[in-house]
Design a protein around this ligand. Structure first.
Ligand code: URP
Ligand code: ZN
Length: 460
């Protein structure tokens, strides 16, 4: 089936160009002007911006976290993503049984996603212990379609510094990417214990037990370890503080290479005063790292402008408010960590970034689509509009606006962290490999239509 997308303003990182796109068998086959074809379905994109499908490389669909499971699975979570204009996710999968292989968890997640996801997807491998077999398995997976792995410096299945060095050396050898959740576990555990011992159990102590230095120290340590592994591709997930950014900047000025920084939309938009909200409302914002100060939000925007931050993701990991309250009201340390965001990211980032003139529309494409694709090995199939790329596209009408309201969203959490937010720039249409999966807010896709994407090791 052929489609012609006519007269849109096509946005890539290099610039904006008014032209037509010819799509054949889900692939962009040509770009030009005056395309006509009687056999093709024509979509009028006049006065609309046409962007490469945004990619969220940090979601947690169907994540088991302690006693609770994140409440969006790959079916409804991917519908939420699609309706929010995201056409591909790369999911951070849950830890498996102790000592399990890397393939074990990938198999579990294929079982959860394969006939469910409505958009294209992949998984980051998850590291929870390190030995010779794991390192060999990493090499095999990196060469076979899973080039990125996640290591945690906190939580029970965290890696030690020597394990981090070993996996970094392996990543360096093959050319994959190590993504890391950087927080100083011991200090956080000590602070959590001391607050609880003093009866300081309200949501605000979640933030106070994870001060900015706990992230910045871990970031600095990680960068020093990466230097010892000759700078493999190191991707810092959900960076939230000015201090961490300073560590990255300083390291880069001193010659550190291959460091990529992700932040998430909540760290650009929301601050730690949310933890003071009454009646357990503050628990909605319990996530790790926690929300920070206004100065951190400002520093993150500046770091986007400077190119220190390359990717904006969500860390989408929703739980029901009632469960957050049941587990966390008497003790923040038992509150399930994480919140929703996959459906809100594009609209909020577009408004805050492009409409408010913090970044250009090309820069938006860079941080929401192109950089995630390049860093995570999806490019040039995804993250760009060019002949040969998948026709994953969104059409944005700059003149239209709307308000984020939970009852219009498709996630299961039952609340949005951005309730009542006025956005400008409406997503009129979402296409996945040439098929219209969302049209004026109406989901038209089908369960299982998303494909697992074999990724390639990025080449910088
Ligand atoms: O609080 C968060 N971010 N929950 C999801 C798991 C993680 O730490 O990324
Ligand atoms: Zn996460």
């Amino acid at each position: 089936m052929k489609k012609i997308i006519k007269n849109g303003f096509i946005v890539n990182t290099e610039g904006v160009m008014k032209c037509d796109l010819l799509v054949e068998d889900g692939i962009i086959s040509a770009m030009g002007v005056g395309f006509e074809d009687k056999e093709a379905v024509t979509i009028d994109a006049s006065n609309k911006y046409v962007l490469p499908g945004p990619i969220d490389v940090h979601t947690h669909m169907d994540l088991q976290s302690g006693a609770l499971r994140a409440v969006d699975d790959f079916y409804n979570g991917s519908i939420a993503a699609a309706c929010g204009g995201t056409t591909t996710i790369v999911d951070h999968i849950a830890f498996g049984p102790k000592e399990c292989t890397l393939q074990h968890q990938l198999d579990v997640y294929h079982g959860l996603a394969d006939s469910n996801s409505v958009i294209d997807y992949s998984f980051h491998g998850v590291l929870q212990h390190v030995d010779k077999d794991i390192l060999l398995e990493m090499e095999k997976l990196m060469k076979g379609g899973i080039p990125s792995f996640k290591a945690y410096m906190t939580y029970d299945s965290r890696l030690s510094d020597d394990e981090l060095l070993q996996v970094m050396k392996t990543v360096k050898k093959v050319g994959g990417v190590l993504t890391v959740h950087a927080e100083n576990h011991e200090v956080i555990e000590y602070l959590k214990r001391s607050f609880v011992e003093q009866g300081k159990t309200q949501a605000k102590y979640h933030a106070l037990s994870r001060p900015s230095h706990t992230e910045a120290e871990a970031v600095a340590r990680l960068i020093h370890i990466s230097a010892m592994a000759d700078y493999p591709n190191l991707y810092l997930v959900h960076i939230s503080t000015e201090e961490s950014l300073n560590e990255v900047r300083k390291a880069k000025e001193n010659g550190a290479k291959n460091i990529f920084v992700e932040t998430c939309i909540q760290y650009l938009m929301l601050t730690d005063d949310k933890y003071l909200l009454p009646e357990g409302e503050g628990l909605k914002y319990v996530m790790s790292p926690p929300l920070r100060k206004k100065k951190d939000c400002d520093a993150l925007w500046k770091a986007i402008q400077d190119g220190i931050v390359q990717v904006i993701a969500t860390d989408h990991c929703p739980f029901y408010f009632k469960d957050k309250v049941e587990y966390g009201l008497n003790d923040f340390t038992h509150c399930p960590n994480g919140g929703p965001g996959v459906e809100e990211r594009v609209r909020v980032l577009f408004t805050e970034g492009v409409i408010k003139n913090r970044i250009s529309i090309q820069h938006f494409v860079e941080i929401a689509s192109c950089n995630p694709a390049k860093i995570m090995g999806l490019y040039p199939k995804k993250g760009t509009i060019q002949p040969g790329a998948d026709a994953d596209l969104i059409l944005i009408d700059m003149e239209k606006s709307g308000v984020i309201k939970e009852d219009l969203l498709h996630g299961n959490a039952g609340y949005s962290l951005y309730e009542g937010y006025h956005y400008k720039g409406e997503i009129e249409m979402v296409m996945q490999r040439g098929s219209v999966i969302v049209d004026h807010g109406k989901f038209l896709g089908s369960k299982g239509d998303g494909k697992f994407i074999n990724r390639i090791c990025p080449n910088f």
